[in-house]
Design a protein around this ligand. Structure first.
Ligand SMILES: *Cc1c(COP(=O)(O)O)cnc(C)c1O
Length: 321
């Protein structure tokens, strides 16, 4: 793993690697969203990205950045969410074997989807086994490169490509707002905004139940919390990373939180008004902008919709009434 922190040059290199492979997702607007927020809002629709989330960008970039021999040996990742599918698919596209370590009680649909992308799935018991030990053993026994979900320079650089495309399309913005879990997306976005729209204030939004990022920014050091409970299942991290935190501390204007009820309202808005499916985690930034948690009145605001993966029965339960 590279030990040099990522810069905007890393984002530019990532754009070259993912060009023609990752979708250049559309930037959507809505008169209703503008009326409700009092701002001019540009939604970067990463729910329409390959595998349904921006994680494809960072995963593909990290694998493409390996040398040929390492890529042929393969990669390993642990995740039960969008990162698993991103690595599985990005590896297959590049002819790299992939092993994904997932909890044995992960939803059958997620295990099947990951296998469907051609990855070998190794399951573990989340109550008795240590996934990092299992992943580490696989990495050393088989010579696999570990690709973590956020705390990796090439993952951060890849995630930053979404905001780079967004700003290229909209021109300078006053604010750029993203969901926040471990901070790969927020850190990458901050690198791109800093270079392409230097006046833009970059904000992160996390679930109310797990505001470790907000606490970390306030204290000036990484704060670790118990794994939070929220419907925003892509942002249930307990701490920012050693690569993501310094970038966030240096470049991010602030972090706010939204409740699960606000996420559900926002999912309903996207489904009913904009005819798109955005998963709960994908709604974090939009919810903060639409509820006025961040002062956006009269401003030009970029909002990243980070993903759209939600089981249909769960979607129906959440937005069906
Ligand atoms: C992983 C994920 C996030 C959080 O990204 P980080 O880089 O961990 O902050 C947000 N939204 C979706 C849909 C995700 O899959």
């Amino acid at each position: 793993m590279s030990v040099t922190p990522p810069t905007f040059a890393s984002v530019t290199a990532a754009r070259g690697r993912i060009a023609g492979v990752a979708h250049r997702t559309p930037v959507l607007t809505s008169r209703t969203a503008d009326e409700r927020s009092g701002a001019t809002v540009f939604f970067k629709a990463e729910n329409l990205q390959r595998v349904g989330a921006f994680k494809f960008r960072g995963g593909y970039n990290a694998i493409a950045a390996l040398d040929d021999a390492a890529r042929r040996r393969g990669v390993v990742a642990f995740s039960s969410g969008n990162h698993a599918q991103a690595i599985a698919y990005a590896a297959r596209l590049q002819g790299a074997p992939a092993v994904i370590v997932m909890p044995s009680d992960a939803p059958a649909s997620k295990l099947a989807a990951t296998r469907g992308y051609g990855a070998e799935v190794v399951t573990y018991d989340r109550y008795t086994e240590d996934r990092e030990a299992i992943t580490g053993r696989l990495a050393s026994e088989r010579g696999l490169a570990l690709i973590p979900p956020f705390d990796h320079p090439e993952v951060i650089a890849g995630q930053g490509t979404a905001a780079a495309e967004l700003i290229e399309e909209t021109g300078a913005l006053d604010l750029v707002v993203t969901p926040l879990g471990g901070g790969g997306l927020l850190a990458g976005t901050a690198l791109s905004a800093g270079a392409l729209s230097p006046g833009a204030a970059v904000w992160g939004v996390e679930p109310e139940a797990g505001n470790d990022g907000q606490q970390s920014l306030a204290r000036g050091e990484v704060v670790t919390i118990p794994v939070p409970k929220s419907i925003a299942d892509g942002a249930l991290t307990s701490a920012l990373g050693r690569y993501t935190f310094p970038i966030i501390r240096e470049r991010v204007a602030g972090i706010v939180t939204v409740s699960d009820a606000e996420l559900v309202e926002t999912m309903k808005f996207f489904a009913s008004r904009m005819k798109i499916v955005v998963e709960p985690t994908g709604c974090l930034a939009a919810a903060a902008v639409m509820t006025g948690k961040i002062d956006v009145k009269g401003k030009r605001v970029g909002v990243i919709l980070s993903g759209g993966n939600v089981d249909l029965p769960a979607l129906a339960r959440m937005i069906g009434d």
